[in-house]
Ligand binder design. Structure first.
Ligand SMILES: Cc1cc2nc3c(=O)[nH]c(=O)nc-3n(C[C@H](O)[C@H](O)[C@H](O)COP(=O)(O)OP(=O)(O)OC[C@H]3O[C@@H](n4cnc5c(N)ncnc54)[C@H](O)[C@@H]3O)c2cc1C
Length: 414
């Protein structure tokens, strides 16, 4: 079959890889000049089934409300006239009951766990190097009450077999000596032993190169303008470089997916949620952490990627604006410097901001919509690097007429 994949982020490229492995003729269309140049460019790199908690939780409405009048650096929500933001927010609030939080977390965990296993297979098959760090991720708490709350909640994931261990401050420092200077500021940590990290962009670009070796054709600097349909069939894809035809099509356009799918009658509740990341060089005199982690009270991640330390934070509702100022990074850099003062050269930051394709229930849309030759693989939100390889395998299975390896409830069209 000839299959057209739209989007060359981590989701599009992993999809192209799985389809090529199945023997299809695959073409990828991407508006940027290379793969992983949008949201997949600068993320925190966590492969984190041990942190699959849904953002739509019983405590989220109060956190959102507080951010309206507090200058919160972790969550920035402001009044806006954008009707898409309002309908998305209402749908998000509906997902915040204890029951839906539990169900959405379980659904995300199922996909994350499967996806991590598929990532392992892809790495074994290709030998791709992407600054992988294994041995778990440390989720660090600065105050006792939020630490205890998370210990109560983590039963959702431990009951699904996730290896999560609570560490007291001494055990935290014994596990990660780079945190010794901040010992008195740490109330405890959860060590998610199965989680790992790696550079999503490096992985995606290397996998795109392997795809080319397998015959996949990438059309870069080509923008999809619209899909033309007759009845329940996509006839062709119009781009700024002409029309393209295929037997099947996959939408992997991240936060842009609703713009292309809306005119076809497919309403995708995906809203862009902005995040910031800053990458710092690690020199010989620095003492970076061996394990990566998250400062849970400031919602800042720190990730060693080879000779770089990446710090990421913030969920901001700012529409499609990806701009940033140095001051956007002051709080997050301060928080991580406080925990890891010697980890990297804090005077040479490389700034970046990207848009998470968030759905209200935090679960992606994977599978066929209302057209029989159009598949969706989009809406992976804050954890799309973790979910990408499994989502890609599922789409390839569906196109081949095979049953996916995991239960798809909560992951298809809804
Ligand atoms: C600050 C931050 C930290 C994060 N940390 C993590 C983490 O630690 N772990 C994790 O699992 N996830 C993380 N994420 C989430 C993760 O980065 C995303 O879920 C993932 O990158 C989404 O991949 P994607 O391929 O769907 O989207 P994208 O990477 O955005 O890819 C979509 C592609 O479609 C292209 N495109 C769009 N419209 C068109 C068009 N009309 N024509 C042609 N091409 C088009 C875009 O240019 C883009 O390349 C983080 C995100 C942010 C912002």
């Amino acid at each position: 079959m000839r299959i057209l994949v739209m989007g060359a982020g981590v989701v599009g490229v992993t999809t192209a890889w799985q389809l090529a492995k199945d023997g299809h003729e695959v073409v990828v269309v991407e508006r940027h000049a290379e793969a992983a140049d949008d949201t997949s460019f600068g993320n925190a790199g966590a492969i984190a089934p041990g942190h699959a908690y849904a953002w739509s939780s019983p405590k989220a409405p109060m956190t959102l409300l507080r951010s309206l009048w507090r200058d919160d650096q972790a969550l920035r929500f402001r009044f806006s006239l954008d009707p898409k933001l309002w309908s998305w927010s209402l749908a998000f609030l509906r997902e915040c009951s204890a029951e839906r939080y539990r169900r959405n977390t379980q659904t995300k965990h199922r996909l994350c766990t499967y996806s991590k296993a598929v990532l392992g297979e892809v790495v074994d098959e290709t030998g791709i190097e992407y600054d992988r760090v294994r041995g778990g991720i440390l989720y660090v708490y600065r105050d006792r009450s939020s630490f205890e709350q998370r210990i109560r909640e983590m039963q959702i994931l431990t009951s699904l077999g996730e290896d999560l261990r609570e560490l007291d401050p001494e055990q935290v420092v014994a596990t990660e000596p780079a945190l010794a200077a901040a010992r008195h500021r740490i109330a405890g940590a959860i060590h998610a032993a199965g989680d790992e990290t790696g550079d999503c962009r490096k992985f995606t670009q290397a996998l795109a190169a392997r795809c080319v070796e397998r015959g996949v054709v990438f059309h870069y600097e080509t923008t999809v303008q619209r899909l033309e349909v007759t009845g329940d069939r996509v006839e062709c894809v119009r781009t700024d470089r002409g029309e393209m035809r295929a037997d099947a099509h996959v939408v992997a356009l991240g936060y842009e997916s609703p713009r292309l799918c809306g005119p076809l009658g497919i309403r995708l509740p995906i809203y862009p949620v902005k995040g910031y990341s800053v990458t710092l060089p690690i020199g010989e005199r620095h003492a970076p952490p061996a394990l990566n982690g998250i400062d849970e009270n400031n919602l800042c991640a720190f990730t060693r990627m080879g000779e770089r330390l990446r710090v990421t934070a913030t969920a901001e509702f700012a529409g499609y604006d990806k701009s940033y100022r140095a001051s956007d990074f002051t709080h997050m850099l301060g928080a991580i410097r406080d925990l890891l003062p010697e980890a990297a050269d804090y005077s040479s930051p490389e700034y970046w901001a990207g848009l998470r394709p968030m759905t209200p229930d935090n679960c992606p849309f994977i599978g066929r919509g209302i057209h029989h030759n159009l598949y969706l693989n989009t809406g992976h939100g804050h954890i799309g690097w973790t979910m990408s390889n499994g989502s890609a395998r599922i789409v390839a299975d569906l196109i081949a007429g095979r049953a996916p390896a995991i239960d798809m409830s909560g992951l298809g069209m809804r």
